[in-house]
Design a protein around this ligand. Structure first.
Ligand code: GTP
Ligand code: MG
Length: 302
């Protein structure tokens, strides 16, 4: 098993424990009854995959199986397959593109893992000339936090005074990136709650200003989500999509939750790619999203 698959397994263990144990407890006898199906549906709902998904999965699963013998492994395998089918359209590679520089704007609510993800993601492009723009001018420690990731990766950080205008800083930082012939620029932004109109408007302003320097930028606007927030993640996607052109999702903190099923809810409601998932705070704790691996680990079969 690769290092990442081991991490995925332990990262998702809180989610898989609930699902897997729940399934095991229900199936003490071999035949599938309607009551057992109902209990199974409840377990799926508790993982935060959403009632509609759970009901659809159970309906499909129950067809032609009622009152028949079935093993626990057969059940889990079948459920994992159904979950993987929902997730599959979101499994898309993150293609950087050839723009010079490629501008990646990181957005999301407070604590969703934006700054950490920038650090982890930058490490995936060791042969590129990269800069960070510390567009979170709001939180006092934000610049230092980005600085630490910059030092770790040997990356230049463009920063301004605490409290300065974030859009203006992005403008200047991009000009500098052009001058320095950077290949990739990551723009960190302040955490903003999806229902705070003023801050969301500021994000729009940032994207407008970026376009003044590079009309087709940002080339990627990535929305970071904290998996521990559960179903609220769905509202966040909607609100950020209304405000900026979100191209893809990064779902963090899957190691800290029993509600990993939220990824299934996100996939079924939003056809946005899930480029990466985060399962820890370390530099190696981010990797591409694989529907098959994720479902097996979620259901506790890996
Ligand atoms: N367990 C775990 N912790 C994570 C993960 N990603 C980020 N964190 C931690 O979550 C906390 C918040 O992460 P940040 O990167 O600061 O989040 P942010 O979105 O930049 O937060 P603001 O700048 O406050 O909006 C930090 O302590 C990170 O180390 C993850 O995948 N798993
Ligand atoms: Mg931050």
């Amino acid at each position: 098993m690769t290092n990442w698959l081991q991490k995925l397994k332990s990262g998702l263990s809180r989610s898989s424990q609930n699902l897997s144990l729940g399934i095991s407890e229900i199936f003490t006898s071999a035949k599938l009854s309607p009551e057992k199906l109902e209990e199974l549906e409840e377990i799926l709902i508790c993982s935060d995959m959403g009632a509609t998904n759970a009901s659809k999965i159970i309906k499909d699963f129950g067809q032609n199986r009622l009152h028949k013998e079935i093993t626990e492994t057969e059940i889990k395998t079948e459920l994992a397959n159904k979950i993987a089918a929902i997730l599959k359209p979101c499994e898309q590679p993150f293609v950087l593109g050839t723009h010079q520089p490629t501008v990646i704007l990181m957005v999301g609510v407070n604590g969703a893992g934006k700054t950490t993800t920038i650090g982890k993601l930058a490490a995936k492009f060791p042969n590129k000339k990269i800069s960070f723009i510390a567009g979170d001018t709001f939180r006092a420690a934000a610049v230092e936090q980005l600085d630490v990731w910059g030092q770790r990766n040997n990356i230049r950080v463009y920063k301004g005074q605490h409290g300065c205008d974030a859009a203006g800083l992005c403008f200047d930082g991009l000009k500098e990136a052009l001058r320095q012939k950077d290949n990739i620029v990551f723009i960190d932004t302040a955490g903003r709650l999806e229902n705070k109109i003023g801050l969301m408007d500021e994000l729009k302003k940032i994207t407008k200003v970026i376009k003044k320097i590079i009309p087709e930028a940002p080339h990627h606007t990535l929305l970071c989500l904290d998996a521990t927030t559960g179903q609220n993640a769905l509202n966040q996607v909607k609100a950020f999509k209304d405000m900026v052109q979100v191209n893809g999702l990064i779902i963090n903190k899957l190691d800290g939750t029993a509600k990993g099923g939220i990824v299934v809810a996100l996939a079924s409601e939003n056809p946005l790619p899930i480029y990466y998932i985060g399962i820890g705070e370390g530099i190696d704790d981010l990797d591409t999203f694989n529907a098959h691996d994720f479902s097996l680990n979620l259901i506790g079969l890996a």
